[in-house]
Design a protein around this ligand. Structure first.
Ligand code: FES
Ligand code: FES
Length: 205
């Protein structure tokens, strides 16, 4: 029997998409298959790993635990939406993406989209986390490669970069670390070579 389809309007990264999906279509699958936003990765598919995390009205949400039909009237932000528009075709890395690139916060990159979205929301709630708070911020996401140390560093660096962008303050340099440039521009990486699945993290890894 053919499954009935439901017309759904999804607002993703500021763009409206009209799609027809079965009632049981997961948001993660709709993003990847209907909208080709493959930066949202699917690992466990039952809410454990966090790889599929997107922002729903600014809050981190496991997109594998949400039906696409439930996302109507919500503002959804995927990892692709974290790249900042600067008038260029490719945009530039957002603060959390930039911090991951600077601090080597990823290896294989499979978990990275979920960390980037989770940390983006976490820094909205707590713009200046301590190291312990940074660890708490990422406690719900699993990474099999990094050992988390550089992800924690990335959270703290992203907090500095957000302050640079949003408040015009110079980032604080932690003892024993090289001094940080007070501008995103000096360390800005280009968002190039988006030719694979992980490229949509913005980091090209
Ligand atoms: S794929 Fe959604 S939490 Fe693992
Ligand atoms: S970088 Fe490989 S799983 Fe996290």
């Amino acid at each position: 029997m053919t499954e009935p389809l439901h017309d759904v309007r999804l607002n993703v990264n500021g763009v409206t998409h009209d799609v027809a999906v079965p009632a049981r279509r997961l948001l993660s699958d709709a993003l990847r298959h209907e909208l080709s936003l493959t930066g949202t990765h699917v690992g466990c598919e039952h809410g454990v790993c966090g790889a599929c995390t997107v922002l729903v009205d600014g809050r981190p949400m496991r997109s594998c635990l949400m039906f696409a039909v439930s996302a109507v009237d919500c503002e959804i932000t995927t990892v692709e939406g974290l790249t900042q528009q600067d008038g260029s075709a490719q945009g530039r890395l957002g603060p959390v993406q930039q911090a991951f690139a600077e601090c080597h916060g990823l290896q294989c990159g499979f978990c990275t989209p979920g960390f980037l979205t989770t940390i983006t929301a976490g820094l909205e709630a707590n713009p200046s986390p301590t190291e312990d708070e940074a660890r708490d911020m990422i406690a719900g996401n699993l990474c099999r490669c990094t050992g988390y140390q550089n992800i924690v560093k990335s959270v703290l660096r992203a907090a500095e970069l957000r302050l640079v962008v949003e408040e015009g303050r110079s980032p604080v340099t932690r003892p024993g670390e090289p001094s940080a440039e007070p501008s995103l521009e000096s360390g800005q990486l280009e968002v190039d070579d988006r030719d694979d699945d992980n490229a949509s993290t913005g980091l090209g890894g």
